[in-house]
Design a protein around this ligand. Structure first.
Ligand SMILES: C[S@@+](CC[C@H](N)C(=O)[O-])C[C@H]1O[C@@H](n2cnc3c(N)ncnc32)[C@H](O)[C@@H]1O
Length: 152
């Protein structure tokens, strides 16, 4: 069982890196995170979206439970996220979360996704999405473990 974030873009910026490290150091299997960062396309718009989507799908395995982050997806609460992740772990499915590039991802990635998750209708920069995601995954771990980090 594993929890991997597949993201278009360069390494975490320093202000993001510090925040992510804060949560990562408190995470344990199967909630420990790995990051796979893929280069963004040198092209523009539709061409960039297509190229980056191909790069993403090349890294996805058939057995992966894929969660695509997209502002047009479904809003869920944190306990639902915790149940979704533990459900995948219980089914022995590696979880892959996808963060797109500046132009998002194309229909091929949407088709492959088992779940499309919106953090908000607001569009966030991808570096900030990484940080929010790290905190939400840590929160999911704490909910799944029955610890009092999360309060309704
Ligand atoms: C700068 S955004 C790209 C936004 C672009 N409008 C699009 O078509 O996706 C880069 C990536 O951050 C993630 N993202 C940004 N805002 C989000 C939100 N509110 N909920 C979920 N993911 C988000 C998505 O994975 C998106 O592909």
């Amino acid at each position: 069982m594993s929890l991997r974030v597949l993201a278009i873009g360069k390494k975490h910026e320093s202000w993001v890196d510090e925040g992510i490290a804060r949560y990562e150091k408190r995470m344990k299997k199967p909630f420990d995170l790995s990051w796979q960062l893929l280069p963004h396309s040198a092209r523009e718009s539709d061409a960039a979206r297509t190229e980056e989507s191909e790069r993403i799908l090349a890294k996805v395995s058939p057995q992966d439970f894929v969660i695509l982050l997209d502002e047009r997806g479904k809003n869920i609460d944190s306990p639902t996220l915790a149940r979704t992740l533990t459900g995948a772990f219980d089914a022995a499915k590696p979880v892959t979360l996808i963060i797109g590039g500046a132009y998002g991802v194309d229909a091929s990635v949407h088709s492959r996704a088992n779940f499309v998750w919106s953090l908000s209708k607001l569009v966030f920069p991808h570096q900030l999405v990484r940080l929010i995601l790290a905190e939400q995954l840590y929160r999911a771990q704490e909910i799944a473990g029955g610890r009092p980090y999360h309060h309704e």
